[in-house]
Design a protein around this ligand. Structure first.
Ligand code: 5AD
Ligand code: SF4
Ligand code: FES
Length: 363
């Protein structure tokens, strides 16, 4: 078997190399991998962290994904939706904290009253902040026209996780009801990219039935598709979801955590200039999880700035952190944590994905 240090010397990782790196069990080998990824991040991006304020503005969702706590079939969830004014107040808070952009996330809705509201909301936010203020949307599958309309209104980035790039696995974790099609999801991701957004995707790590080969193909998918931003984190079971029935198939939490860290590190080696988020799900397993994500090559954090009273209703998985801290507290806490690991929060740049900037220059 080829040694990890030898693989890390290579210019280009083969599929076999990626499988080998993701399969690391030796602590020393994992350290080597993380160090390599961090050195690449340091030389391409610096010891920098870009922050985006995450607003989970509504948990209404038309979908019923088997893994998700706010799926439409879960009637234990109190549904909420922030008003435009409430959202604008959060935007004001974000600006007070010198954030250069926000992420608007909600469950998936596609009725025209919703899509029209979002178009108007984007305009309102742009007017309240400034035209350069970055708006990232994470609002699921929409028509090309809708993506275009939101882009024209001023949103610059879009996140749509593919969840898994393997169609068979996709089918196992979603209902077969015509509303959860892998092909449609893929087409949406293409439409987002075509529209001109900085395009983000990602996967869940450690799903039941998922193999190391599946995860390897996920990383290759991200590279082949020329993705600009990635958010991926461990799958965390939620008791009120159908996938919970398969919890006996899951690897232990710390293993899921370490595998997620290796996914981030390998991706950083494969794609030195993209933005990679250190996700909240990492923090759910391990209190310093997001900081370790940064040490493994991630460069983005998305502090939750949703008003406290709604946070308990946006539980995609069990043990979600930061649901009892008001945004201000969470903010100070984050600042300290980032300093502690020798990284610096960037406040005077928008933090666009360098990969995106390079990509549009070539086009
Ligand atoms: N565990 C981890 N991540 C989850 N998501 C949804 N449910 C879970 C879960 N149980 C992720 C999905 C989705 C994002 C908003 O949250 O990847 O795209
Ligand atoms: Fe809805 Fe997204 Fe949850 Fe699926 S993962 S049920 S689309 S909020
Ligand atoms: Fe949320 Fe510390 S980051 S409480």
């Amino acid at each position: 078997m080829i040694a990890v240090c030898e693989i890390l010397e290579k210019q280009e990782l083969s599929r076999q190399d990626i499988i080998r790196l993701l399969s690391i069990t030796d602590k020393g080998d994992q350290e080597l991998l993380i160090k390599k990824a961090y050195s690449i991040k340091e030389s391409t991006i610096g010891r920098k962290v870009y922050l985006r304020g995450l607003i989970e503005f509504s948990n209404y969702c038309r979908k019923n994904c088997y893994y998700c706590g706010i799926r439409s079939g879960n009637n234990k969830v109190a549904r909420y939706s922030l008003s435009d004014d409430e959202i604008l107040q959060v935007v004001e808070f974000a600006q007070k904290q010198q954030l250069k952009g926000i992420v608007l996330q909600s469950g998936e809705l596609n009725r025209s009253d919703f899509t029209k509201r979002i178009t108007a909301l984007i305009t309102k936010i742009k007017n309240a902040a400034n035209p350069e203020f970055r708006i990232t949307l994470s609002l699921g599958e929409q028509s090309l026209e809708t993506y275009q309309r939101w882009f024209d209104a001023g949103a610059q980035r879009y996140l749509l996780r593919i969840e898994t790039s393997n169609e068979d696995l996709y089918k196992k974790i979603h209902p077969a009801d015509g509303l959860h099609s892998f092909k449609v999801r893929l087409r949406c991701l293409e439409d987002i990219q075509k529209t001109g957004y900085m395009t983000g995707t990602g996967v869940m790590i450690g799903l039941p039935f998922q193999t190391i080969e599946n995860l390897t193909d996920d990383l290759l998918f991200i590279k082949e598709r020329d993705i600009d931003m990635v958010g991926m984190g461990p799958y965390l079971e939620h008791a009120d979801t159908p996938l919970y029935d398969h919890k006996d198939l899951l690897m232990p939490l710390m293993e899921r955590f370490n595998l997620s860290i290796r996914m981030i590190a390998v991706l950083r080696i494969m794609m030195p200039d993209i933005n990679i988020a250190s996700t909240t799900a990492l923090q759910s397993i391990f209190p310093l999880g997001r900081e370790l994500g940064l040490k493994a090559g991630a460069n983005v954090m998305m502090p939750n700035i949703t008003p406290l009273k709604y946070r308990r209703s946006y539980l995609l998985y069990d043990n979600k952190p930061c649901i009892d801290e008001e945004a201000d507290d969470c903010w100070d806490c984050l600042e300290k944590r980032i300093k502690m690991i020798g990284e610096e929060i960037v406040r005077n740049e928008y933090g666009d994905s360098k990969h995106f900037i390079n990509r549009i220059q070539i086009d």
